[in-house]
Every structure is written in C-alpha cells, then in structure tokens.
Ligand binder design. Sequence first.
Ligand SMILES: Cc1ncc(C[n+]2csc(CCOP(=O)(O)OP(=O)(O)O)c2C)c(N)n1
Ligand SMILES: [Mg+2]
Length: 334
Amino acid sequence: MNTLARFAADPAELIRLYRAMVLTRTFDAKAIALQRTGRLGTYASSLGQEAVSVGLASAMHADDVLVPSFREHGAQLWRGATPLELLLYWGGDERGNSFAAAAQDFPDSVPVGSHAPHAAGVALAFKLRGEPRAAVCVLGDGATSKGDVAEALNIAGVWQLPVVFVINNNRWAISVPVERQTAAHTLAQKSVAAGIAGEQIDGNDVIAVRDIVARALTKARAGGGPSWIEALTYRLGDHTTADDASRYRDDAKVSPHWADEPVARLRGHLVEIGAWHREDEERLLAELGAEIDAAVSEYLATPPQAPSTMFDFTYAALPKDLAMQRAAALGESA
Ligand SMILES: Cc1ncc(C[n+]2csc(CCOP(=O)(O)OP(=O)(O)O)c2C)c(N)n1
Ligand SMILES: [Mg+2]
C-alpha cells in the first residue's frame, strides 16, 4: 500500500497546486471567450482535467522534457510557458511555441499520437548520453488506439527508455466514447504486451497524479525504464471550440462528473484542513484574473508575423511551387 506522499502533508505545497489548477481554468475560460469573439483560433479546453496536467508537471524536474498533445495547458504553465506564449500559439502565431522557459519542451502535437515516437526518441537521447533525465509524453484515450503509440511503447520497453507515458483518459475522443474506442477493459493494460507495467490512477486527484508520476520519473532517471500511467478524468467541455458536444452526449451523462472535478475537490480538502478561506479564494481569483487579462492585452497588441514566415523555416531552398505561393502572398512576382 502506498503511504501518503510527503508534499501532501504540506498545505503550502497543496495551495501551490491549487493555484496552478485555478490559473489553468482561468486561462481556459478566457481563451474560449477570445475564440468566441473572433480573436483566437480553435482552442482545446482542459476543463475538468487540470489535475492531470498540473500533477504530472509538478512531478517533473526542470530538465525533463514534456512532450504533450494539445490539452495540457496546465502542465505548460507550470513549467514556465507564459499565458502570452500559449495565446500566441492558439492564435496561430508560431512564436508561441518558442518557450522562454523549458525551451526543450515540445510544442503541442495536434496530430493524435504522432508525438509518442518523438518522446521515445528524446528518451533514447538521454539514455545514450547517460543523462539522468526523462521524457513525459501525454496522450489521450483515443491516441492509445494509434499504431505510432504502440510502436513507441514497444521500443520504450525493448530499449528500457526513460519515458513516462501519461494517458489523459477523459473518456472521449471527440464524439467517440472510450467504450467504443477499445475492447480493452482498461487502457493501463495496453502496456503489458510491451513488457511495461501499466497503472490506472484517479486523474482528478492531483496528489495521486503527482505522486505516481514522480515515482515513475525517479525510476526512469535511475535507469529503471519506462512507465505507462492511465489517469482517469472526464472531459467536461466540448472537444474544442469547433465542436458542439450536445450533438452526441446529453447533460445527464456529463453532469454527474462535475461532482468529481479536481479543482473543487482540492479546494474542499484545503477548506477542511483550515488552510483555505473565502477571502483566500476571492484574492486568488482577482489575482489570476488580472494576470490573464494582462496577457490578453499583450497578445492583442502583438503585431502578427510577416506572411513570409509561413514559407521561410522549412526549406533551405524553396521548391518552385512554394516560391510562387510565397511571391503571390507577398504581392511580388516570382
Ligand atoms: C492523426 C490524427 N487523426 C485524427 C485527428 C483529428 N482528431 C483531433 S483530436 C481527436 C480525438 C483525440 O482523442 P483523445 O486522444 O482521446 O484526446 P482528447 O482530445 O480527448 O484529449 C481526433 C480524432 C488528428 N488531429 N490527428
Ligand atoms: Mg480523450
């Protein structure tokens, strides 16, 4: 039986986790409002899944590398990505992917699961160089059906790579519920065939996520090989702002999951141990609201990149068709 992790007995540390989850939720609400008013591109909300993101990031060392999909804003913010950088990215400006902090972290992988082999590659580099670092790859439940994920898992097992896969099982892959995604009883068991232990945890419990991911990372950095962790949570919002989930699931199905959502859950615990009061909550919401508003103002005041940047960073010498497109975009003759 696991004993309670030491950080869980420290109210200040729990408040740090709580603050990070509320920051994520505040960012999320603002990003959706910006998209709805035509000032941000399509955005993937992490509503209800903040404990997975914040839990795993708080378990990482600064020099570990995060290889995320597109819903881990909480992890990116914890690791020092700024709200401005995230807004730039979701607003279509690639400069947002050039994180000033955690500069080796990967950008969001919008292609589902294609980042899993990249994470294995990062881990292989650490292993070959003898560096005590690990990669953390975050995937959705749907991604676990992908061939590239199976390949990454296999090679991570064979080569005993320092990589921790965290499955953010929010029970949906757009409109496909997890029970139609796989006949496997759990997603955790998918690692067994690769010779990797799989573990299923409560992804709405930030303490559990941090504790289990921290153990997996310690093992990975010490040469103990990969881990595969299924974190059970629930997608309370639409898949993205381009989705209308009411077309395929009713409120009656979703609403019971609000009772387990991670922010209220940790707040309840903090209140219960006397570490959090109404004034603390009010102060925090005001502070984080101002922080996000300041980032939004800076984002809206950032001039877009020149159209030439769409063409300038992939090829040393542009192929002819792209050279023509570049010239047309810039109003020049090729
Ligand atoms: C390779 C690929 N196929 C299809 C899509 C379209 N798509 C975007 S998200 C998504 C579902 C992903 O579900 P899941 O892995 O559970 O992650 P979640 O969105 O729930 O976080 C799909 C099919 C894509 N982005 N990439
Ligand atoms: Mg999912």
